[in-house]
Ligand binder design. Structure first.
Ligand code: SF4
Length: 196
């Protein structure tokens, strides 16, 4: 499936940013030993996952390429739960589940637990969840201390948000509920494919 080259460049730029972030997170994890609880899906079990349309353009393009786009659009339109449409919760274990689009997941899904944002005093604050704090208590404490002492750097939420915006301000600024952003991205790619 073909879309105009400049649109494809945009998708590739987002994916390159994801790869850069993945490398940074790998380094951060190796320095801190922080890690999610195996199979934990608590951060997906909420309608409050907000992303930009730009971040899910690579996912939308993949969905058109593998023929799933129309069915996913339909699923989003009939969804009542509000959780990400690609999250499958484990029916037997509360809080566990899996992501069906892991390689294409947007920024927040990559950054959460492994990034920091500056507070009003310009101090880096680790962005994480209670589950990880409990699961990795000593690693969490050591990481917080190193961040505030300036001896460790974490991927920056604000910097990554800015880099997304710089790729395309019109699609990389507004944060939407994840399913709405995915539906919008699918529709946009669909239009581009029809124009070709
Ligand atoms: S894209 Fe994957 S990791 Fe992100 S909210 Fe959806 S299921 Fe969870």
């Amino acid at each position: 499936m073909a879309i105009p080259p400049h649109q494809l460049d945009k998708i590739n730029s987002v994916q390159e940013l994801f790869h850069k972030l993945d490398d940074e997170i790998k380094t951060f994890k190796s320095k801190t030993s922080l890690g999610c609880v195996n199979g934990c899906g608590r951060c997906c079990e909420t309608p409050a996952v907000f992303v930009t349309v730009l971040e899910v353009l690579p996912l939308a393009y993949e969905l058109w390429n593998n023929g799933q786009a129309p069915a996913i659009l339909e699923k989003i339109n009939s969804d009542r739960k509000g959780w990400c449409i690609f999250y499958e919760s484990d029916p037997l274990v509360a809080g566990k589940g899996r992501c069906h689009v892991y390689p294409w997941r947007p920024l927040i899904c990559r950054l959460f637990g492994y990034s920091a944002k500056k507070n009003k005093y310009e101090q880096p604050v680790l962005v994480t969840c209670q589950t990880m704090k409990d699961h990795c208590a000593s690693e969490y404490d050591a990481t917080v201390q190193k961040l505030s002492a300036g001896t460790l750097e974490a991927p920056s939420m604000q910097q990554y948000a800015m880099q997304v915006l710089n790729i395309d301000p019109s699609l990389g600024t507004e944060q939407l509920p994840i399913n709405q952003a995915i539906a919008t991205a699918i529709e946009k790619i669909g239009l581009l494919l029809r124009e070709e």
